[in-house]
Design a protein around this ligand. Structure first.
Ligand SMILES: *Cc1c(COP(=O)(O)O)cnc(C)c1O
Length: 356
């Protein structure tokens, strides 16, 4: 076991760190100096290495390109008050990656390999972690099939890699979203709970149509009745109705977000009633009309909490009240931020320092 965990490191001789502060960071465009790579062949993970970030040669018959055997994760490392860097709930990402892998007939990554590769990579590129308030290192672990073979069957070989990008405080104007009642992101029994590449490609067209109508994002509804709320883009969704935090219950068609989990836990800690259940678009519109829908927001790693200002339904736009300073979304966002950066105690054991 120790052999497979020896991670070879080849450091860059041409750091690009100085380019980080030249302009505001656009999400996902600038990558840190190094990446972690490990290959699966002959039934085991081997040749774990950290190397300079760069292109990877693949066969034109690579089965990830043809049949979409590709999965990913999204997580962040935060600068902590003590001058260190910490990961937020990395074991949850590890477990979810393996759940996605199982759904896509891909091999599981052992916990030690995932954690050690991640920690060594983030330690090495720690100078890339922005120290500006709200800044973080966005981390993208991913796995793809590497067989060069056109047969439609699970690949025998895979690559797992981790790349990282420095990101600024994620600020979005409150979102305009609309219920999607024609197209489907995923269906019960499908792969919507998995972070597999194909889910995202198929969502681009309906999202583009909504953007052409002036919305930022869709609220997906269930595939059979187009009535029940699922999630929004790459975020889960939550509502504050009559003082309760209400969010769609998980199913095979909804991604089990780690931010969602954290937000529900913190709401519970604040003594706010939490309901995970079916939520229909009609219920949301009725609550808007009755004035009992106080807040709606997306929750995900990129933005943490993205308030929603407008909800479109059957051709009509409904406006939400502007979030008050004591809005639940703001209190929870602040609590989460304080835990991540070590400014507040971490009662749930979510924060994992990468070490010196
Ligand atoms: C990644 C993702 C989320 C949010 O998950 P987090 O773990 O909170 O970042 C929600 N929905 C979809 C479809 C996603 O891909």
């Amino acid at each position: 076991m120790l052999d497979t965990l020896a991670i070879r490191t080849r450091r860059t001789t041409a750091s690009r760190l100085a380019t980080r502060d030249e302009a505001p960071l656009e999400f996902g465009k600038l990558f840190s100096d190094h990446m972690f790579v490990v290959d699966y062949r002959d039934g085991e993970w081997q040749d774990a290495q950290i190397m300079p970030f760069g292109d990877m040669p693949v066969s034109p018959a690579n089965s990830a390109l043809h049949y979409g055997q590709a999965i990913f994760e999204g997580m962040k490392a935060y600068p902590t008050d003590g001058g260190g860097v910490a990961l937020f709930r990395p074991l949850d990402n590890w477990a979810r990656l393996n759940a996605s892998a199982e759904r896509m007939c891909m091999p599981a990554i052992p916990e030690e390999l995932f954690m050690q590769g991640l920690k060594e990579l983030v330690r090495l590129d720690a100078p890339w972690v922005p120290s500006v308030p709200g800044g973080a290192l966005y981390i993208r672990p991913f796995m793809f099939a590497t067989d060069g073979m056109l047969g439609v069957r699970p690949s025998d070989t895979y690559r797992f890699a981790v790349i990282t990008c420095p990101v600024d405080l994620y600020y979005t104007k409150p979102l305009r979203v609309r219920f999607e009642q024609k197209y489907v992101r995923s269906a019960e029994g499908g792969a919507g709970f998995a972070k597999n590449a194909g889910n995202y490609g198929a969502a681009m067209y309906p999202t583009k149509l909504a953007q052409e109508e002036g919305y930022n994002q869709l609220i997906w509804t269930d595939a059979s009745e187009h009535q029940y709320v699922e999630e929004s883009g790459t975020m889960n969704i939550a509502f504050v109705i009559d003082g309760k935090l209400v969010t769609p219950a998980l199913s095979t068609s909804i991604l089990d977000g780690i931010t969602r989990r954290s937000v529900l836990q913190l709401a519970h800690d604040l003594g706010v009633p939490v309901e995970e259940r079916r939520v229909s678009s009609r219920e949301i519109i009725a609550a808007l009309e009755a004035g009992t829908l106080h807040e709606a927001f997306g929750v995900g790693t990129a933005a943490t909490i993205a308030p929603i200002a407008t909800i479109g339904y059957e051709g009509h736009d409904y406006e939400l009240p502007a979030a008050a300073p004591d809005a639940l979304s703001k209190r929870i966002g602040a609590a989460l931020g304080a835990i991540r950066t070590g400014q507040a105690p971490d009662p749930h054991g979510w924060v994992v320092p990468v070490g010196e």
